[in-house]
Structures are given as structure tokens and as C-alpha cells.
Design a binder for this molecule. Sequence first.
Ligand code: FMN
Length: 164
Amino acid sequence: MRALTTEEFDPFIEGLDYPVFVVTASSGEEADGCLVGFATQASIDPPRLLVCLSVANRTFRVAQGTEFLAVHVLAADQHGLAEHFGGETGDEVDKLAGVPWHPGPDGVPLLDDLPRYVVGRVLSRTPFGDHVGHLLEPVSESVDSSEQALTLQDADDITAGHPA
Ligand SMILES: Cc1cc2nc3c(=O)[nH]c(=O)nc-3n(C[C@H](O)[C@H](O)[C@H](O)COP(=O)(O)O)c2cc1C
């Protein structure tokens, strides 16, 4: 059987909902972060998180070779931050200059306005197509809030800073 085209597959995906995250990375020389919808828990025991970064994104380039990524949950009322990290690219603006953050393990940016986060060690990088899956082993977390998370459908009005 032939593989479906993107257009043929779209109706299956259309309208489905799941949380979006801000994923940050630091190479030591450069740091960046972007909005990510393609992220999910991938194992219960041991705990694992799969984060997919578009090869078009500066965050992907910064994340190559890094040991850690930080994955932040957005609260439902933080659409502005989603727009900042998802609608702008670090190729044009320094997104981290506009928001308070502090360095975590190996300098990975931890965003002060997004206190629900997990830092993960990158165990493997797997090419999936136009995104690369980063399998993370959680090493530290902070969960100050159990507020409703911002979702893909909440963010569907944002035009990505980099077309995938
Ligand atoms: C709703 C939404 C979901 C997105 N999901 C992803 C994703 O799963 N992975 C990814 O790499 N980029 C995703 N993006 C795109 C990036 O967040 C966007 O292109 C960003 O501007 C890239 O910034 P950068 O070049 O500084 O890394 C998404 C954007 C939006 C608006």
C-alpha cells in the first residue's frame, strides 16, 4: 500500500488536542527555546519523555550535542508566552532576552514564568522526518502549579516562526 500524503493524513489529526510546551536548550555559547506540541511521555518505568524538534528551528540546532533539555508546561492563561516562543525565531530575535530565566544543569535555560518544568538528559536522537525525536531521562523537575495547561487548540492561531 502507498503511504498517505500529508493532506490525506491531516483529517485524522485535525482538531485533536494535547498540551504544548516550551523546550529550551543551551550549547554553552548559544541558548534558545521554542514552542513544542510534539512531546509525550514515552515510558512509565523508567520515566521517559519524547520531544520532537523541527530541523528548521534554531532551537534544534542549539540542542545538537547538548546533554540536557528543559521542558516547560504553559498555563492556560500564558498564550502570550506561547506566541513569543512559537511565533518568533531565534534566527531573528533573542527570545531569551525578553523573559526572566536562570541557568539549570549545564546552563539549560529555566524560565521563571514557567515554574512547572522538567530537565531531561538526552538519551538518544532519532530522525523521524522533518522532526528529530529527543528521548529524555528526567533528572530534575519543579512543579509549583497544577493549573490547566495551555493546549494545541489554544495555540492554533499562532503562526510558527519557522515553517516546519
Ligand atoms: C502550535 C505550535 C506547535 C509547534 N510544535 C512544534 C514542535 O512540536 N516542534 C518544533 O520543533 N517546533 C514546533 N513549533 C514551531 C516552533 O515553535 C517555531 O517555529 C519557533 O518559532 C522556532 O523558534 P526557533 O527557530 O528559535 O527555535 C510549533 C509552533 C506552534 C505555533
